[in-house]
Design a protein around this ligand. Structure first.
Ligand code: NAP
Length: 244
């Protein structure tokens, strides 16, 4: 079967590593980002080196009409997606007392509602094919909570409930749905954390370091493969052994 993956938010960071991992397995990939098409093209070039097709499609995953139009484009140009990785995410941190409704909504829309939009659109195509792999990127913040991230933790905990519910709905059609919850990963999202915060965080991690994006991608790549055929409705932490 021709394997086609949509990886949202894959122009950099964890998503880029996931796209490359999938390409290395012979999967044709769709690189999505919000705006930075040039960055997406760099990732696509690396993917094409594995001999697969790589399509760069910038769109806002928080916009249902844009999701619908781009899933249609993917289906026309590459074929119906067999793998969906809901990875795009943002943070807008702040203590609850100072957090605005706009900050709360932006994080929920980009990190949680987008997964609803994309899963709804792609799963109908996967149901017809009676095959699919859906992997949602959550976070340890959604499992343990994190001060200053009420919006982000709510979205990432929402991803976990969403994953479990959808896995139950789609299981009979041979579609697996799992969540991966990374701890701290070295990407643009964490680069501006203060040195004191980074050192304190590392103290609570058994491996005493942050993850590289490729270490998260390896897990996602496995869950996306045909081999992971009896794993569904799971939340798998890749956090280096965090004690919170
Ligand atoms: P990142 O380096 O900041 O990259 C974010 C990616 O998402 C970029 O490609 C960005 O595209 C895209 N994106 C953001 N908003 C979008 C939107 N509305 N529509 C389409 N694309 C959008 O992030 P990361 O650290 O790799 O994180 C990836 C995922 O892992 C996120 O869901 C994040 O919450 C989760 N996570 C990260 C960590 C960590 O420590 N880094 C830990 C746990 C979980 P543009 O470049 O165009 O903005």
């Amino acid at each position: 079967m021709k394997q086609i993956a949509i990886v949202t938010g894959s122009s950099r960071g964890i998503g880029a590593a996931i796209a490359e991992n999938l390409a290395s397995q012979g999967v044709h990939v769709v690189i999505n980002c919000r705006s930075n098409k040039e960055q997406g093209e760099l990732v696509a070039e690396k993917c094409r080196a594995y001999g697969v097709e790589a399509l760069v499609l910038p769109w806002d995953v928080a916009d249902f009409a844009a999701c619908e139009a781009n899933v249609k484009t993917v289906t026309e140009k590459l074929g119906a997606p067999t793998i969906l990785v809901n990875n795009a995410g943002i943070t807008q941190d702040g203590l609850l007392m100072r957090m605005t409704e706009e900050q709360f909504d932006a994080v929920i829309d980009t990190n949680l509602k987008s997964a609803f939009y994309m899963t709804k659109l792609c799963s109908s195509l996967m149901m017809k094919a009676r095959y699919g792999r859906i992997i949602n990127i959550s976070s340890v913040a959604g499992v343990y909570g994190n001060a200053g991230q009420a919006n982000y933790a709510a979205a990432k905990a929402g991803i976990i409930g969403f994953t479990k519910a959808v896995a139950k709905e789609l299981g009979s059609r041979n579609i697996t749905v799992n969540a991966v919850a990374p701890g701290f990963v070295e990407t643009d999202m964490t680069k501006d954390l203060g040195d004191n915060i980074k050192e304190a965080a590392k103290g609570n991690i058994a491996l005493k370091r942050f993850a590289q994006p490729e270490e998260i991608a390896a897990l996602v790549g496995f869950l996306a493969s045909p081999t992971a055929s009896y794993i569904t409705a799971q939340v798998i932490l890749a956090d280096g052994g965090m004690a919170l």
